[in-house]
Design a protein around this ligand. Structure first.
Ligand code: SAM
Length: 292
């Protein structure tokens, strides 16, 4: 089964036979049909899902809006309902599907950092990936602060440095190839205002290359040592089929064991999402530490 797109038309093939078609005019579904002999077998669902997916209908960070004409029969209404459409209440009987972006773990970290870390500070991105966190930190550091970004994958480092150059921020931040477990060799203790970790794999690359507890735990300890008093560490933890949950559990154990006299630790679960949803965590190094 395959859906191919020709301009605003979506063609559903079963092997080489065309068995369904749909048309999307802007956000309006203007035509949707499956050959009668192929109905009630899930092909309509497949065609509609693909058409929505190809138009960001399932993207978590992009709003989307689709409309459909009044359904011709109960089966058409059931199909629309299955994909989150509901009647608009307009006289023409049209239906619509509206999706607002979900707050992501990364966005929550950025919002928290935005209100917490100093403009012109010194920051570390310990998992720079495609550079979005580094870019955020560089904007916050600019013009006088500095950002160091690390990744084990050269492709990630290149992508990050390219992104910084595109935004004219190459003088503020730079990415280098480095396992973050070695960050203590690069960043002296007590010098960072913030350290950012976004674990997992590089989006768009081989998922088999991902962060793992054996590097993650020493890296987190080194980053905490590198924070100034009052500094902040954020970490987004992942679990799931590919990555398992060993790293996530090890990090949670590490965070829970940090002494309350020195750190405030927050683990901010998305309570109405899957248990595998990204887990944002915040560690605040106390400005005045008991016993010092
Ligand atoms: C989810 S991505 C990070 C996304 C990134 N912060 C962004 O804004 O695009 C995770 C990154 O961690 C990197 N990584 C995994 N293990 C690492 C390690 N031991 N040291 C440094 N980077 C590592 C991966 O190569 C991957 O690029």
């Amino acid at each position: 089964m395959q859906v191919t797109r020709q301009d605003n038309r979506y063609l559903l093939y079963k092997e080489s036979t065309l068995i369904g078609q749909a048309e999307l005019d802007g956000d309006r579904i203007t035509m949707f049909t499956v050959q009668p002999q192929w109905r009630n077998r899930g092909y309509g669902s497949y065609l509609l899902r693909e058409m929505l997916r190809l138009n960001d209908g399932f993207a978590r960070q992009t709003p989307s809006h689709f409309t459909a004409p009044a359904p011709e029969n109960a089966a058409a209404a059931a199909l629309l309902h299955k994909f989150g459409f509901s009647p608009t209440g307009e006289a023409d009987g049209s239906w619509q599907r509206v999706r607002s972006p979900d707050m992501t773990a990364v966005e929550l970290c950025h919002r928290f950092l935005e209100g917490t870390i100093p403009t012109g500070g010194t920051f570390l991105d310990a998992t720079c990936g495609n550079g979005h966190d580094t870019l955020f930190l560089c904007r916050k550091a600019s013009p006088n602060g500095r950002v160091l970004a690390l990744d084990i994958q050269p492709a990630a480092v290149e992508a990050t440095n390219r992104l910084l150059a595109e935004h004219g921020l190459q003088g503020v931040g730079r990415a280098i190839v480095c396992d973050h477990r070695d960050l203590g060799h690069l960043v002296p203790p007590g010098t960072l205002d913030a350290a950012v970790f976004n674990f997992g794999w590089l989006p768009g690359a081989d998922h088999a290359v991902h962060s793992a507890a054996e590097s993650t735990l020493p890296a987190l300890q080194a980053a905490l040592d590198a924070l100034k008093p009052g500094g902040v560490l954020t970490a987004v933890l992942y679990s799931g089929k590919v990555i398992g949950d060993g790293e996530k559990q090890a990090v949670l154990e590490f965070f829970r064991a940090l002494p309350l006299t020195k750190y405030t630790v927050l683990v901010c679960e998305f309570a109405n999402w899957a248990s595998t949803a990204p887990l944002p965590c915040f560690v605040l190094k106390k400005p005045f530490q008991a016993g010092l």
